[in-house]
Design a protein around this ligand. Structure first.
Ligand code: PMP
Length: 304
């Protein structure tokens, strides 16, 4: 079991995590009618009592956009100020993960988004390195990533995670660590909870937004960091066969940051991964606010 931050936020107020409880009849539990966020936070390595939150504005904007699909209007500013208050109240001095969730909180039966109450909650948990591994062996999933005409993939919808869960467990049960999903067109989309990059001839290649991917914030950060270094980044469809001939491949997301792909099915990648290692170090430095150029991506919370 993970360790949770002591204070949670539920139905408009802060309260101890153990007391933040909801009914077994909660609508979202039955129909997956919820949208979520996942934000990473760490103590500043240089300034005492300072907590750093990586790309908080982008996360709040994506969550506010996701909420629109539930028919729930909540501003990015409100999300941000509540999350900051949450951090301030909890005062964690270790790396943690913030989990905001917007969900249909009414007790009514029947799937719908109208005439059902909604709520916004937050809790936090400490992130051990076991949340996502720094190196993974992947398989191609037999489950497809959903397509945008069956559910809005621009949002981070709880319901989308049934495919992720099926794909992940299928991968683990067949001796792999992680699953790479194709989309309904047979092009590479993403992993169960991370976006994918390939390196070929010194260029970075990642599936474009039209490939049914989540609009990952780590993905966006890597594209910006690499482009600023003069590395060419191509966002385009990727065929399955291209995976096997890449020089390097990695997954990225808030929890793992960058996770090297050691192999995909029977194909192993070379042991030297210079691009992956360079980007991993650079991203870590950016998150720790050691790169002044990207300081605007890091929200600092000074505790007393
Ligand atoms: N794809 C999926 C399905 C995810 O759940 C996540 C994690 N939020 C990502 C990609 C990576 O997104 P981000 O970098 O914003 O965490």
């Amino acid at each position: 079991t993970p360790s949770f931050l002591p204070q949670a936020y539920l139905q408009g107020s802060f309260l101890p995590f153990e007391q933040a409880q909801i009914s077994i009849a909660t609508h979202a539990l039955h129909y997956g009618t919820a949208v979520l966020g996942g934000i990473r936070s760490l103590p500043s390595p240089s300034i005492s009592n300072q907590i750093l939150l990586f790309r908080l504005d982008a996360h709040c904007q994506r969550l506010s956009n996701s909420a629109k699909f539930l028919g729930y209007s909540i501003t990015s500013d409100f999300l941000k100020s509540t999350l900051l208050e949450f951090v301030y109240l909890n005062q964690p001095n270790y790396p943690f993960y913030l989990r905001p969730l917007i969900y249909t909180s009414g007790l009514g039966i029947a799937p719908r988004l109208h005439e059902i109450e909604k709520d916004f909650l937050i809790y936090g948990l400490s992130v051990g390195s076991n949340l996502f591994a720094p190196e993974v062996r992947c398989r191609i999933s037999s489950w497809c990533r959903q397509e945008d005409r069956s559910q809005p993939l621009r949002g981070k919808l709880s319901a989308s995670y049934i495919a992720s869960a099926l794909a992940k467990t299928e991968a683990v049960n067949s001796g792999f660590d992680e699953a790479i999903m194709m989309n309904s067109q047979g092009k590479i989309s993403e992993a169960s909870g991370m976006n994918l990059f390939l390196v070929r001839n010194g260029e970075l290649i990642t599936p474009s937004f039209d490939q049914d991917i989540l609009e990952g914030i780590t993905r966006d950060s890597i594209i910006t960091i690499a482009s600023d270094l003069g590395i060419s980044v191509r966002e385009r469809p990727i065929d399955k066969s291209e995976l096997f001939i890449a020089d390097e491949a990695f997954l990225c997301g808030t929890a793992a940051q960058i996770s090297s792909i050691l192999s995909i099915e029977n194909y192993s990648f070379p042991e030297q991964r210079p691009m992956t290692e360079m980007l991993r170090d650079r991203l870590k430095a950016v998150m720790e606010d050691r790169e002044p150029e990207y300081s605007h991506w890091v929200t600092k919370v000074q505790l007393p």
